[in-house]
Ligand binder design. Structure first.
Ligand code: HEM
Length: 560
């Protein structure tokens, strides 16, 4: 009986084996075909180390940070102007040659106008911002937002920035004059993140974030949350690359609900406040967004009236717009029903998303640069002293104060110190573009096909001795005088390049120079027993974050 049972199951075992082997063979054939992409085209490439994840396994399993993984690919392709790699089984190209980078990012931008980020989503109200937008939609939004950081607007922000510096002054004065000798030992990442959160809150949204003064500031807590590791975001990122359809079908948002709700309610509050205080003249980013939306609505209304498609006339006044934004932001729904028209560029979702991205991009990148800069000043006191002398002499030439023009134009050594910090520690260590129209690489037979992504390891370039000899040394002189002119175009890209270059670059420079001149004139910065040299980086972090923070000691500067 038992023998009979075994025999009767045999055909099904054979079928299972057959099915499994056929599936395995098909999968192997499929993957082999996918992973032959670069070899077939005669393009040098880095051999994938995983059938499933291509060249990104170490990053996905969090054994290597994103920065170091792309720098490794850059180094493994040494000797080539470009080379292939695979993200999962998708082909990507690493661009190594600065001239080729410029060709793609600047001169042939029309073939590469989008990033590799996922397309904007209707269900994700905070994802439709400049970083993600594509094609004509990106172009239109960028054109409208460009005036945000014009010289006139930056000048107008001088007082707001000074007020945040005074808060920092208050904090550091207490920290350095207290009896407890530990108070003057500070984690720069945290301190600078608090400062830059306050600055972007004040300058872009007219908000008092209070991060320096209040240990439990909600803004700082949310800021930390945005960049902290979460399993939700981690799994989503993997699913997004392997099977984007699942993310779309399940409407799996990129932003955690807590963060989304916080931003929606803050923006709603800010817009409400403006509505009830129309006498206060504002000149900031939020106001620019409000005005743009008002103009757009006015234009649409007049078009509709002209076309006879609308019976009643509405007034596209500022108040009307504020009501629109306000209604749309209620309950986390960024887009009101009446706004589903295709003609609308600045619907509530685009307004909220761009306010959100300005906040995130506005505080983290500058905070990280400032903290690395102060860390290097602690390790290199001679550079700190030279900086101090420059700031003092510019101040003396301007009756003891630094106005907007002096900060911008006269702090030459300061500019070099910041540039060197951005070289050694680029906060955005990888740049990417997606090919939207086939492009033949000059003097080769290689065609970058539509849909293929290109990647630039900014960290790899900035640490390549061919462009920056002794790359681990902190040498601001690289960016002074004729040395600066020798920098190969396309090899130094802390803010990216081409029409999609960072929109906040001038604001960031101005903010960093303003606060550094204040710190350097009032304090000296020192190594302490918590200072780690060299820094060790967190492989789990989305950003290039040092494990355990960046610690230094502040001392009040003794002035004669
Ligand atoms: C040290 C400070 C900063 C660094 C190093 C930095 C770096 C970058 C980089 C590398 C890009 C990508 C450029 C490209 O793809 O070619 C970028 C884009 C962007 N940055 Fe910044 N950034 C900084 C500060 C800021 C600030 C202060 C803001 C806003 C207040 C900002 C807002 C943006 C936005 C909105 C984009 C997208 C631009 C577009 O696609 O049109 N950034 N940034």
């Amino acid at each position: 009986m038992a023998a009979f049972t075994v025999l009767s199951t045999l055909p099904s075992v054979t079928s299972v084996v057959l099915i499994v082997s056929s599936v395995a063979l098909c999968a192997a054939y499929y993957l082999h075909k996918k992973y032959s992409y670069w070899a077939k085209r005669g393009v040098p490439y880095v051999k994938p180390d995983s059938w499933f994840f291509g060249n990104t396994k170490e990053m996905i399993f969090q054994r290597e940070s994103t920065t170091f993984m792309f720098a490794r690919l850059y180094n493994e392709l040494a000797g080539h102007k470009f080379g292939g790699y695979y993200r999962n089984h998708k082909p990507f190209l690493v661009l190594r040659d600065p001239e080729l980078i410029r060709l793609i990012f600047v001169k042939n931008f029309s073939h590469f106008h989008d990033r590799n980020t996922p397309d904007e989503r209707d269900f994700d109200p905070l994802s439709r911002h400049l970083l993600n937008l594509r094609g004509q939609r990106w172009k239109n939004v960028r054109y409208k937002l460009t005036p945000t950081f014009s010289s006139g607007k930056l000048k107008g922000m001088h007082e707001l920035m000074q007020a945040c510096i005074l808060e920092l002054d208050d904090y550091l004065t207490k920290a350095t004059s207290g009896d407890s000798k530990d108070l003057n030992v500070q984690d720069l990442r945290e301190l600078m993140a608090k400062f830059t959160t306050d600055v972007i809150g004040a300058c872009a949204f007219g908000l008092n974030c209070n991060s320096i003064r209040d240990e439990n500031s909600e803004f700082r807590r949310i800021g930390r949350l945005i960049f902290s590791f979460s399993w939700r975001s981690y799994i989503r990122a993997i699913v997004l690359t392997l099977a984007p359809g699942i993310v779309m079908a399940t409407k799996w948002k990129s932003i955690r609900p807590e963060i989304e709700n916080f931003f929606m309610s803050v923006l709603k509050g800010a817009v409400e406040h403006r509505k009830s205080h129309t006498e206060q003249k504002r000149n900031d980013f939020l106001q620019l967004l409000i005005n743009i939306q008002a103009e757009e609505r006015k234009q649409l209304e007049s078009n509709r009236t002209q076309n006879g498609t609308q019976n009643g006339t509405q007034n596209g006044t500022q108040n009307g717009t504020q009501n629109g934004i306000q209604n749309g932001l209620q309950n986390g729904h960024a887009e009101s029903v009446s706004e589903k028209s295709k003609d609308i560029l600045f619907d509530d979702s685009v307004v909220a998303s761009n306010a959100f991205i300005f906040f995130i991009a506005g505080f983290e990148t500058t905070a990280s640069t400032l903290s690395y800069c102060l860390y290097e000043l602690a390790l290199n006191p001679d550079i700190g002293e030279k900086l101090y002398e420059e700031v003092e002499s510019v101040k003396q030439a301007h009756n003891g104060t630094l106005d907007y023009d002096a900060v911008n134009k006269e702090l030459v050594y300061m500019e070099a110190v910041i540039s060197e910090t951005l070289r050694k520690y680029p906060p955005a260590s990888v740049l990417g573009r997606r090919c939207n129209e086939a492009f033949q690489i000059p003097d080769t037979n290689v065609v970058i096909e539509e849909g293929v992504g290109v990647t630039v390891s900014v960290y790899g370039l900035h640490h390549d001795p061919q462009y920056f000899p002794e790359p681990e040394k902190f040498k601001p002189e690289r960016f002074m005088g004729e040395n600066k002119d020798k920098i190969v175009p396309g090899s130094y890209l802390p803010f990216g390049d081409g029409p999609r270059i960072c929109i906040g670059m001038r604001f960031a420079h101005y903010e960093m120079k303003s606060v550094l001149s204040y710190i350097i004139t009032n304090y000296t910065i020192h190594r302490c027993n918590k200072t780690v040299v060299p820094l060790q980086y967190d492989t789990r972090s989305v950003l290039h974050t040092p494990v355990g923070g960046v610690w230094v000691q502040f001392q009040k500067r003794l002035k004669l």
